[in-house]
Design a binder for this molecule. Structure first.
Ligand code: NAD
Length: 477
């Protein structure tokens, strides 16, 4: 029916799901259903976890590191050879602009290359202890790791979860979000073509309430790597508690963008729209609360609004498009409810918040001023193209407002005074912060949140270490 996989990948074989439920996959730009995907039952999740355990024990765990690295380099190469096909499918499924999709697939290949190289650097320690003899540590793989991923960056986040876990010698059962399972299934297909042993990477789309729940509670699953909402992250942590499963959680955000008057604020005004509206605002790092120093507030807002209005919203298959549709009708309705709430409270909608076309889940990016700190749009994660801007006069008071949130994922600071920028960066309660840029996510560096934005870190060596257990060995004199 389609030229991409739509079945469940269990132990190297493609299976139609046995359950009655299917996942209807919709193109958000056209609202047309274009694929029908199997949805895993709890019993199929159980089969996959057992196959993952068998693959782990029967060779993957003990494979010489160089051989495992070669297989992961092979997978990275297959991703590179198929960038265009994967990106086109991602755009069709998520509605993201094709240029962004190409960048994300390329970044996914880099993630596999990085962890293939990191295999040779995952080392234990020799530790001098208080008595004679010899003490050292080993970093050992855990077994089966569950990867549960969201719909906003389906391919890239799957790579973030899968690559360090495989590199460390674990097997992985990947459950993508039910709205966007297609490129995760392609990743499974490419892994097979690259020669990864059966059962080492299995991909089972399915509902969170059934497949996700079954994965999070299966006794053989040693760790859950989750990216998604804070609400579901909290549920996963509770589900993991009985078995003391390890968890890493990358959750929601409500990140600040702080612009001081001495900054190159014209540049900040030009670049900041994409710090919140990229991926049509469906980004955990979206800088959706903007703090602008009072003397430049009015001029900044004017330039920011002009830059927002110049963004190209439309058909995501065109190279020039910067903002595609939102992923589905209900996500757009949530964003619209924030704009309507602000309008109802008498706030200024400076631009956007309306639908530019009848077909497709499009929403023009909305800029709101005049908000109060208790407003819903100021406090809650919107996960859509909506931003609020407030002026500030006092640095300490502004910092208290910045940190007055349960989230702590990301943020930006714009200032030409480096000591001030560093002072503020140290005080913002977030796992990631960028100065005079919005770029803050790098394959080689840890990414994750403080407070309710998460637990643990993706990327960098920390993600790979978190897929291992440390064993201490002491050899007597
Ligand atoms: P979600 O929490 O609804 O779903 C995420 C995944 O969890 C999906 O695969 C879903 O099927 C599964 N799931 C749902 N209920 C489950 C359950 N009871 N047990 C097990 N699994 C279950 O999130 P979403 O709507 O797909 O993604 C948007 C959210 O993800 C936003 O809050 C966003 O901030 C967050 N996010 C965070 C990061 C980060 O790195 N911090 C990155 C991207 C997205």
């Amino acid at each position: 029916m389609s030229d991409f996989p739509t079945q469940l990948l269990i132990n190297g074989q493609w299976h139609d799901g046995s359950g009655a439920k299917r996942l209807a996959i919709v193109n958000p730009a056209t609202e047309e259903t274009f694929a029908d995907v199997s949805s895993a039952t709890a019993s199929e999740i159980g089969q996959a976890v057992e196959a993952g355990q068998a693959a782990f024990e029967s060779g993957w765990r003990d494979m010489p590191p160089g051989q495992r690295a070669e297989l992961l380099h092979g997978l990275a190469k297959r991703i590179r050879d198929n960038v265009e096909a994967i990106a086109q499918l991602e755009t069709r499924n998520v509605g993201k602009p094709i240029g962004d999709a190409r960048w994300e697939v390329d970044a996914g290949a880099k993630v596999f290359e990085y962890y293939a190289g990191a295999i040779g650097h995952l080392c234990g320690q020799t530790i001098p202890v208080a008595r004679g003899g010899f003490n050292f540590t080993l970093r050992q793989p855990m077994g089966v790791i569950a990867a549960i991923t969201p719909w906003n960056f389906p391919f890239l986040i799957a790579c973030w979860k899968v690559a360090p876990a495989l590199a460390a010698g674990n097997s992985v059962v990947l459950k993508p979000a039910s709205l966007t399972p297609l490129t995760a299934l392609l990743l499974g297909q490419l892994a097979q073509e690259a020669g990864l042993p059966d059962g080492v990477l299995q991909v089972l789309p399915g509902a969170g309430s059934e497949a996700g729940n079954a994965l999070a509670t299966h006794p053989l699953v040693r760790k859950i790597g989750f990216t998604g909402s804070t609400e579901v992250g909290s549920k996963i942590m509770k589900l993991a508690a009985d078995d003391i499963k390890r968890v890493s959680l990358e959750l929601g955000g409500k990140s600040p963008n702080i612009v001081f008057a001495e900054a190159d604020w014209q540049r900040a005004a030009a670049e900041s729209p994409m710090s919140v509206f990229a991926n049509t605002g469906q980004d955990c790092c979206a800088r959706s609360r903007m703090f602008i120093e009072q003397p430049i507030f009015d001029d900044f807002v004017n330039q920011f609004v002009a830059a927002t209005e110049s963004l190209k919203v439309g058909d995501p298959t065109l190279d020039e498009t910067q903002l595609g549709p939102m992923v589905c009708a209900s996500q757009r309705e949530i964003s619209e409810s924030f704009v309507a709430g602000a309008k109802g409270a008498g706030r200024d909608i400076r631009t956007g918040g309306d639908r530019p076309s009848e077909r497709g889940f499009y929403l023009n990016p909305a800029v709101i001023t005049g908000v109060e700190t208790g407003d819903r749009a100021w406090c809650e994660e919107i996960f859509g193209p909506v931003v609020c801007l407030r002026p500030f006069t006092d640095e300490s008071k502004m910092l208290r407002e910045v940190n007055d949130t349960n989230y702590g994922l990301s943020g930006s600071i714009w200032s030409s005074d480096l000591s001030r920028a560093l002072r503020v960066a140290r005080q913002v309660e977030s796992g990631v912060i960028s100065i005079n840029t919005h770029s803050s996510v790098h394959t080689e560096a840890p990414f994750g949140g403080f407070k309710r934005s998460g637990l643990g870190r993706d990327l960098g060596m920390s993600a790979m270490e978190a897929c291992t257990e440390v064993k201490n060995i002491y050899v007597g004199e």
